[in-house]
Design a protein around this ligand. Structure first.
Ligand SMILES: N[C@@H](CCC(=O)N[C@@H](CS)C(=O)NCC(=O)O)C(=O)O
Length: 80
């Protein structure tokens, strides 16, 4: 079964932009985008589950992964 992938981000964040550029460049599909500045529920989920309001954060089946370079490396490894 496909994993559920959700990227918590906000557009002005340069580290988020780095991840979004990688997603675009490689054509990764199926990643739901959750803008924490536009979605209060996403913001609350990020803090409750992740433990901190830091973006970008990729939720893989509900488990949070912080750090843009770790996220990009994970995407390259798992989705390439
Ligand atoms: N080393 C992190 C830096 C991420 C970062 O500093 N994000 C900022 C937004 S641009 C943030 O969420 N700051 C709030 C915080 O760190 O608590 C990465 O590469 O993902």
């Amino acid at each position: 079964m496909a994993r559920k992938l959700e990227l918590y981000y906000y557009p002005e964040c340069p580290f988020c932009q780095r991840v979004l550029r990688a997603i675009d460049a490689h054509g990764y599909e199926g990643i739901e985008l959750r803008n924490i500045h536009a979605d209060a529920e996403a913001d609350a989920t990020l803090v409750r589950v992740g433990g901190k309001r830091q973006v970008p954060c990729l939720f893989v089946d509900g488990s949070p992964m912080y750090e843009s370079l770790d996220i990009i490396a994970w995407l390259a490894r798992e989705l390439a």
